[in-house]
Ligand binder design. Structure first.
Ligand code: SF4
Ligand code: SF4
Length: 447
């Protein structure tokens, strides 16, 4: 029987690209690389306009001791300018624009880790992962070296998140089918780094071809096994994944490591293996390009910093006028206002939808107290009350009702017959609560 969690929803899958092999995007003429592609402090530029850079060269870094990651050139060429632009999260950060010389001149610093995995120390692995600028590639973008450090000595299980429960996205599915050994080798490196002996690769049961492939390769493995998860949204949320696999609930305000688990994304594992075996930092990723506006949906291997327009053009362009561009999945991704938004290390999908796709707005949303949002909330919250408190500006009660535990999965809004944009109201409450706390902390510090 497949593992699962309580609540959640069954969404139309739209996995149109499940059979589309990963194609390599032709090299872009330029890349626009954000200096903040991770949680934590933005990197500081290490290059200036006019500088020549090589493929894989470190072009930005964060001061030692600060949470953050280095950033690397995804092509070789010339730095044209450093400009301020908006990243998918809405923050405005510096971007390094590199004109591609189409030579792919490799940075001389790039070389494989010289030691065998059996001889390498945990700290050395963590250092390789940090220097390669690897972050959670499922969308969270948390620096992977920091996640390992925070889990060291606390966890006895690693979970590899291959749920890919968002509609449309198939990038991880194709990676598992086409490069399963890279993912498995990445898991072995993580096992060694964390000093644990158990890893589960969690795959939803709508990807049984990938499950079969992994099970074949892992037939003799004593430490790594595959876990088949029921296809249900949001199975990929780490709290739901841990509950489904272990029966443990993570208390509010706690982390997976507090219940002995740490979760990594499948593509993150492949990036770790690549960094370890070749020295190449995180400068490419697989992106699903889909949506009803895209003529020929595809999975593409793309240099970080490539503008979304290049991906769309390679997929045959737009079949109809676009209404919405989304970075990531349709449930938890972020709508974009810049069609030239660059792909970052955590961009799993570029989706373009027309007016005719998606939920129609209800002119006068109203709660009819049906209770569906409560039934579907995987965090066992009462979303309609939090939304109402948010609308009334009652942040205290919104917080008391668990607003900060909301994982913003959107399961409540998806099923609301009254058309209430529940998750949007909860997001507003969360942002206001955070801002209020930050303001109070600043005032206290100034006293
Ligand atoms: S699903 Fe919508 S209508 Fe039903 S209780 Fe929740 S907010 Fe109200
Ligand atoms: S309240 Fe939050 S966690 Fe619960 S269903 Fe809505 S978005 Fe998901």
């Amino acid at each position: 029987m497949a593992y699962t969690f309580n609540g959640g929803i069954h969404v139309e899958e739209y996995k149109n690209t499940r059979k589309c092999r990963i194609e390599t995007l032709p090299p872009p003429k330029k890349v626009t690389i954000p200096l903040s592609q991770h949680i934590g402090a933005p990197a500081t530029a290490l290059v200036n306009p006019g500088d020549t850079v090589t493929l894989g060269q470190k072009i930005g870094d964060v001061a030692e001791g600060m949470l953050g990651c280095p950033v690397h050139a995804s092509v070789s060429g010339t730095v044209k300018e450093i400009v301020k632009k908006t990243i998918p999260t809405g923050a405005v950060v510096d971007h390094i624009v590199i004109e591609n010389d189409m030579q792919d001149t490799l940075c001389p610093d790039i070389h494989p880790t010289e030691k065998r995995l059996t001889d390498v120390e945990s700290a050395e692995i963590v250092s390789v992962i940090r220097e390669a600028g690897i972050v959670g590639m499922g969308g969270a973008a948390f620096p992977t070296y920091a996640k390992i450090n925070s889990a060291l000595g606390k966890v006895d299980r690693i979970i590899i998140n291959c749920a890919e429960c968002e509609p449309f996205i198939t990038a991880n599915h194709r990676l598992l089918l086409e490069h399963p050994a890279s993912v498995i080798n990445g898991v072995k490196i993580l096992l060694k780094a964390l000093g644990v002996r158990t890893a589960y690769i969690a795959v939803e049961d709508n990807k049984m071809d990938a499950v079969e492939k992994l099970e074949e390769l892992l037939a003799d493995s004593k430490m790594i096994s595959v876990r088949v998860m029921k296809t249900k949204y949001p199975q990929g949320d780490e709290r739901q994944l841990i509950f489904a696999l272990t029966g443990q609930e993570i208390p509010a305000g706690k982390l997976p490591a507090d219940v002995g688990c740490v979760i990594f994304n499948a593509e993150t594992c492949a990036a770790i293996y690549k960094a370890f075996s070749t020295g190449m930092p995180s400068v490419t990723r697989v992106v699903t390009v889909d949506g009803d506006c895209i003529r020929r949906p595809k999975n593409l291997l793309v240099p970080v910093g490539t503008e979304a327009g290049e991906l769309i053009a390679f997929c045959g362009g737009l079949a109809r006028p676009p209404k919405k561009l989304i970075s990531g999945g349709p449930m938890m991704g972020a709508a974009q206002w810049d069609p030239d938004m660059p792909v970052t290390k955590s961009t799993s999908a570029v989706l373009v939808f027309s007016e005719r796709f998606g939920k129609k707005r209800v002119p006068a949303p109203v709660c009819i107290h049906c209770g569906r949002c409560v039934n579907h909330c995987p965090m066992h919250l009462m979303p309609m009350y939090i939304a109402q408190f948010s609308q009334a500006g009652d942040l205290k009660r919104a917080e008391e009702y668990g607003a900060m535990s909301c994982v913003e999965c959107g399961s409540c809004s998806y099923n609301c017959p009254g058309g209430v944009e529940i998750v949007q109201h909860i997001r507003v409450a969360k942002a206001s609560i955070k801002a209020e706390k930050a303001r109070a902390a600043t005032q206290n510090a100034q006293k």
